[in-house]
Design a protein around this ligand. Structure first.
Ligand code: AMP
Length: 193
């Protein structure tokens, strides 16, 4: 199974992706986690990405597309994957379509986790407190920027998949268990079809 999880920062994509990993035995490809690992390791990509991430902007499409192209080639992606945090722009979505077409692979579905901005602010404030600010971009100021970037650049990606008839939306305002159940429901409909 190959799917994309879409949704604003704080929508619960990471948590839901981890649950899907456990339930379906496929890998989570989180571009945010990959970039944070590159920053921690001090690689050239990480060194360039750090300031961009800290201010809540997007890393360039070229860099992100290269990262995902490499990652999808790895053997553990063969059984399927959950894209978490990618694609975030129309250019990334187009590149992903080309990449998959070249490999003769199909996406099964795109799931959007819908959460309103007020709840996202509450969640990010909670996350910043819990982790003691472990993520440099988990502050209310950076969240405002990340939300603006999301609405301007990533919301159009949802429309892109909606036009292709691939987008399914779940209500992300409930508990994690409710959201997981809604996602599993959608997936059983997709795999039965
Ligand atoms: P995330 O953990 O998905 O919220 O990502 C954290 C940060 O990494 C984002 O705010 C961006 O700066 C950067 N990032 C992650 N994925 C992408 C992507 N697909 N395109 C551009 N920047 C990204």
């Amino acid at each position: 199974m190959r799917l994309i999880l879409l949704g604003p920062p704080g929508a619960g994509k990471g948590t839901q992706a981890q649950r899907l990993v456990q339930n379906h035995g496929i890998v989570q490809l989180s571009t945010g986690d990959m970039l944070r690992a590159a920053v921690a390791a001090g690689t050239p990509v990480g060194q360039r990405a750090k300031a961009i991430m800290d201010r809540g902007d997007l890393v360039s499409d070229d860099v992100m597309i290269d990262i995902i192209a490499d990652r999808i080639e790895r053997p553990d992606s063969a059984k399927g994957f959950i894209l978490d945090g990618f694609p975030r722009t129309i250019a990334q979505a187009d590149a992903l379509s080309d990449l998959l077409a070249k490999k003769e692979l199909k996406l099964d579905t795109v799931i959007e986790i819908a959460v309103n901005d007020a709840m996202l602010r509450d969640r990010i404030a909670g996350r910043a407190k819990e982790t003691g600010g472990a993520r440099a971009d988990d502050t209310l100021e950076t969240l405002a920027k990340r939300l603006a970037v999301y609405h301007a650049q990533t919301a159009p990606v949802a429309d892109y998949y909606r036009r292709k008839g691939m987008l399914k939306t779940v209500d992300g305002m409930g508990t994690m268990d409710q959201v997981s159940a809604a996602i599993e429901n959608l997936l059983s409909a997709v795999t039965e079809a």
